[in-house]
Every structure is written in C-alpha cells, then in structure tokens.
Ligand binder design. Structure first.
Ligand code: 6GU
Length: 234
C-alpha cells in the first residue's frame, strides 16, 4: 500500500514513522509512506501563504483551494494507481474498525490534514474526498487523526503482524463485537492480587468459558451500545 499524507506540518510524523511496528512495515516494504508539505504548492508570495480569512467573516483562517488542489493533482500523478482520497475533519464520518479494514484493501490512500478552521469548501466539492473524523472531540489539526488511521490500517496489512499477534480476535473486528477479556502473566500473586484460579487450572474449556463471560460482562458495563441489535457495528 502507498500512503500519501498532505500536511502543513510533515515533521509531526517524524518519530512516529521511525518507531516499532510502522518502521518495520516500511523497512519490509509492506507500506510506502510519503509526506508532502502543502506549502510547497503555495503561490510564490514571500511567505508561501496557503491560508486566508473566511468570506462572510468569522474567526480563524481557512486553507485555500488553489494550493490544495494543485498539490493533490501532482501527488496523485506520482503514481499511476488511483488514490482513495480522505480528508480529516471533525465534520467527517466517524472512523471505526470496519473503515480501517476497508481502507486496508486499497492499494493507495491519500490523506489531507486540515489545520486552522479547515479547508475552503471547494476543496471538498472538487476533490470529493471521503471526510473522516476520529471521534467527537476537536483536535488542532488532522495530523494526529491521520496517524491514528495509519496505525489502525497498517497493522491490518498482510504480513505486518506476526501470527502470534494476529488481529482477527481484536475488539471491534468483523465478527467480534465484544471487548477483550483481562489477561495475566507472572507472578501469580502481587500485593495480595492473585491471578484468577481458573487460568491456572489447565482446564481449557473452563478458561474459554470464563474469558467469554468476562468479555460479555465488560462490554455490558462499559459499552452496552455494542450489544444493541441495531448497532451499526453488528
Ligand atoms: Cl480528523 N480533525 C480534527 N481537527 N479534529 C478531529 C478530528 C479530525 N477527528 C476528531 N477530531
């Protein structure tokens, strides 16, 4: 998969892309991640301006349509495969595991990170991106949201996770609508907190039953919305 990230702050991604699972996936060429500074497509004004005040008034600045559309055009021309266009905005459709699984089937994804009050509406009208939000809260820009999506999608790509860390049993994955059960490792006891006896019993049937019950209890207590029959994730 090829990922293109258009942003005014490409350095935000520096540490993230060079650590752990992402770094390994990039090294092994399971994913190619390219960052593009939107300012590189600014008109040749002294400050390479890409933002301006909203018509009709109001607070803040908007990212302008011209550098954005020019940037996306030239980034898309860097590779012949058609890109799935995603624009990160709190106005978007809420990101979830199902969407991550869907994005993971694409050969190419282009993400547009907004800042300030967002983009000129004509960016959306012309490029017709999928508008995506990561939740009901407001971030200072789309970069952290883009990292969330990259993280959730890349771990689903074939070969990224080893068998021992397989993603099929993850909470929220297709076919699993329950939260995960609690797990324990050594020591058996710490500050009067003991590992539940059943996990030490060697009785695999009893262990499986206990885990299912724990998943159900947790889900009822914390996320009863996941158990409703008309839940969009079911
Ligand atoms: Cl995608 N962007 C911003 N700025 N805030 C958000 C978001 C995105 N998703 C949730 N909050």
């Amino acid at each position: 998969m090829r990922l293109d990230i258009v942003t005014l702050f490409p350095a935000i991604f520096d540490g993230y892309l060079t650590q752990s699972l992402l770094d390994k996936a990039i090294q092994r060429e399971l994913v190619q991640i390219h960052r593009h500074n939107l300012r590189d497509w600014a008109e040749n004004t002294p400050h390479r301006k890409v933002d301006d005040r909203p018509f009709g008034g109001g607070p803040g600045m908007l990212i302008q349509v011209e550098p954005t559309v020019t940037c996306v055009d030239s980034v898309e021309a860097m590779d012949p495969r058609p890109a799935r266009r995603i624009l990160l905005t709190p106005q978007g459709k809420r990101f979830d595991q199902r969407m991550a699984e869907d994005f993971a089937t694409s050969e190419r994804v282009l993400m547009l990170c907004g800042r300030y009050e967002g983009f000129d509406q004509r960016v959306v009208d012309i490029l017709q991106p999928e508008e995506v939000s990561i939740g009901d809260f407001v971030l200072n820009g789309g970069e952290v949201a883009a990292m969330v999506i990259v993280d959730a999608v890349v771990r689903l790509l074939p070969g990224v996770l080893g068998d021992e860390n397989s993603s099929i049993d993850d909470s929220f994955s297709r076919g699993n609508r329950l939260l995960e059960f609690p797990q324990y490792t050594r020591p058996r006891e710490f500050r009067d907190h003991a590992v539940p006896d059943v996990l030490l019993s060697g009785d695999h049937k009893a262990i499986a039953k206990w885990r299912d019950q724990q998943s159900l209890d947790r889900t009822q207590k914390r996320r009863s919305d996941l158990l409703e029959p008309d839940n969009e994730n079911n």
